[in-house]
Design a protein around this ligand. Sequence first.
Ligand code: GDP
Ligand code: MG
Length: 424
Amino acid sequence: MLTSIVGINWGDEGKGRMVDLLSQDYDIVSRYQGGNNAGHTVINELGKFILNLLPSGILREDVVNVMGPGMVIDLEHLSGEIKRLTDAGVKVTPENLKISNKAIVCMPYHRQQDILEEDRLGDAKYGSTRRGISPVYGDKYMKKCIRMGDLLSKETYTKELSRILEWKNLTITKVYGADEVSFDEMLSWLDKYAEEFKDFICDTGIYITNAVKNGKKVMFEAQLGALRDIDYGIYPYTSSSSTIAAYAPIGAGVPNLKLTNSIGIMKAYSTCVGEGPFTAEMFGEEAEKLREAGGEYGAATGRPRRVGPFDIPASRYGVTVQGCDELALTKLDVLSYLEEIPVCVAYDVEGTITTEFPYSTELEKAKPVVEYVKGWNCDISKCRKPEDLPKEAYDYIKYIEKAVNSKIKYVSVGASRDEYIVMY
Ligand code: GDP
Ligand code: MG
């Protein structure tokens, strides 16, 4: 059993909480792309955790967590994240955390370059998390990165660092006019984390393949959502990696294995962090109310998220590119304050009405076509079965299910582990 859990929208759909919930039936959870720009919130009996790099299965004692070759890993950040968990009594050891030898190390100079570039762009900035993700993925494809496996040999990473810094410093000093990155400082950074993480590094492809042969079940956890995928998202306002399900086996180290199914996590309304077209965006008081109701402030950055109604063209596109077998509709409880619920049903692109998700240049010109459906206007957070739901809430779920043409199997009505409904 190989299942991917992926985002349908712009990210922050509640993937972390769904992975935490559904991983009860799995043996392995693997993150397969991205870095510490992720912010996955998990709330359970141990407390509230925001995971940036660690797979969201880390809070289950019997789950082994894998960080795949598709990831970029800031080791300083990972060290801090592990410390926060171990301080809270969560076990993180080489037994329950495996890091791919092929994963890329996100260096302090990647972070620095991200900040230098966003500052250079000024008002035209991408809205990066400034954590080095785009520079490190760029360098990966330029083949100028240190990989986790290099950390097992001081001779290797010293040589690689010297080769790379000679090149990187040209950009840092001559393009951005900043001070040269110090070789000695970077080497001691690598020394420190090579020592700390050496026992976690392995070939995760061999590990997962053997586990699957022995009947183990694997879940692949995505970061961000379909609309932030580097190829299929709203380029260039995307992340720098592949967030889609089809990439999961590759990014986890097992391109030889095929997914059994894909579960899409989709929010009952829209939110977006960062810049770029966000057709259904609400403004003013209406937006403020939804943001407050949903607590829509970035888990990784604390930035207020842009908000809007559920967006049918965008979500249906997300479901399509993710190839979802079933969906989880999250945060339905947040809409309880509304008497009428707005839904973006189509886009108006210079007078042409379309329900297809358009190419970036048309998307820039798109205006939302909004319709209203009846709200339930009462607390649904205690509902645990479909029958418990008010008719209007049940109808909203069915309306969305039909609009995106995929089964909504789970509905979440609160942030804690047990606050959900199984629809089928
Ligand atoms: P992720 O990045 O997809 O894992 O999502 P985030 O953790 O960034 O954002 C989801 C937010 O919604 C977190 O603060 C969760 O605790 C919260 N959340 C998740 N599911 C629900 C839900 O059903 N209802 C409510 N009210 N909050 C939820
Ligand atoms: Mg998030």
